[in-house]
Design a protein around this ligand. Structure first.
Ligand SMILES: Nc1ncnc2c1ncn2[C@@H]1O[C@H](COP(=O)(O)OP(=O)(O)OP(=O)(O)O)[C@@H](O)[C@H]1O
Ligand SMILES: [Mg+2]
Length: 259
């Protein structure tokens, strides 16, 4: 079930370095939000705080709140492993387990979560997840082949299948198409549009056309100068960000006058 995310007064640190400053934003269920902005402004850093992946880096920490359907992920007693199950993540480079079969790759997250699952339930889940990731027809006759036998675009869809197999409520994607050809990119974009009926989706992208094609809302991150913290400068509907942004910095960035 898709969930609402409220980020309140969030500061994100690597040790003493304040990487991202004072983020306040609400992401609604069943929407796609694109995060854009120049390299180093903190998009990936921010994204990783939405499922507590940030703090796996030594000395990395978060101040403020990330409230998912009323629960602050950073409240004492919240289980970070459970959070990462609820809130799935897909990375820039497809990262299937290379020697594991296609089917086992889909089930990898489910098995990590220690869920016991019968053979027939597993088969059903593999099919459902691969269909969900729009990959089923291409791989249904070779489910026992290794994950590494797929093309890059197929591997990325396999990673999406693995992420949705655990039935998360939120899907975070960090430049999921940057290593893909245009056809595979369009396949992933179509998939995102379908998946948003079920998930709250946040996608980091450097591709402005992609942001305008797939997202309902867009957040523009920027930093004043090197070494200064990144900030969420503007957040609005994608239409407004691309046609009539409030901030000059946003206008400059999307029209290519920046960086
Ligand atoms: N593991 C880390 N340890 C220390 N500093 C880090 C770490 N990862 C990122 N940073 C710093 O945090 C800031 C934000 O980096 P981040 O990777 O979030 O930027 P980004 O917007 O995703 O950039 P890009 O578009 O290049 O992916 C940068 O100054 C970066 O050097
Ligand atoms: Mg990044």
């Amino acid at each position: 079930m898709s969930k609402r995310i409220d980020v309140r007064n969030e500061n994100i640190y690597y040790g003493d370095f304040l990487a991202v400053r004072d983020v306040n934003v609400t992401l609604d269920p069943c929407t796609v939000t694109a995060l854009i902005g120049p390299s180093g402004c903190g998009k990936s850093t921010f994204l990783r705080t939405l499922n507590r992946m940030h703090e796996v880096i030594p000395n990395a920490r978060v101040e403020g709140e990330v409230i998912v359907d009323g629960v602050n992920l950073y409240a004492p007693g919240v289980d970070a492993v459970q959070v990462r199950r609820e809130i799935g993540m897909v990375f820039q480079r497809p990262n299937p387990f290379p020697t594991m079969s296609i089917a086992d790759n889909v089930l990898a997250g489910v098995k990590l979560n220690n869920r016991r699952i019968s053979k027939s339930d597993a088969d059903d889940l593999v099919e459902e997840s691969l269909r969900g990731a729009n990959l089923w027809d291409e791989v249904k006759d070779r489910l026992a082949k290794p994950g590494s036998s797929l093309s890059g675009g197929q591997q990325q869809r396999l990673c999406i299948a693995r992420a949705i197999a655990v039935k998360p409520s939120v899907l975070l994607m960090d430049e999921p198409c940057s290593a893909l050809d245009p056809i595979s990119t369009l396949a992933i974009e179509d998939l995102i549009t379908t998946l948003k009926e079920q998930f709250t989706i946040v996608i980091v992208t450097h591709n402005m056309q992609q942001a305008s094609r797939v997202s309902d809302f867009t957040g523009f991150f920027n930093l004043e100068a090197t070494g200064k913290p990144g900030q969420l400068v503007e957040f609005d509907t994608t239409d407004v960000i691309f046609s009539n942004p409030s901030e000059q910095a946003t206008e400059d960035y999307i029209s290519g006058r920046f960086g």
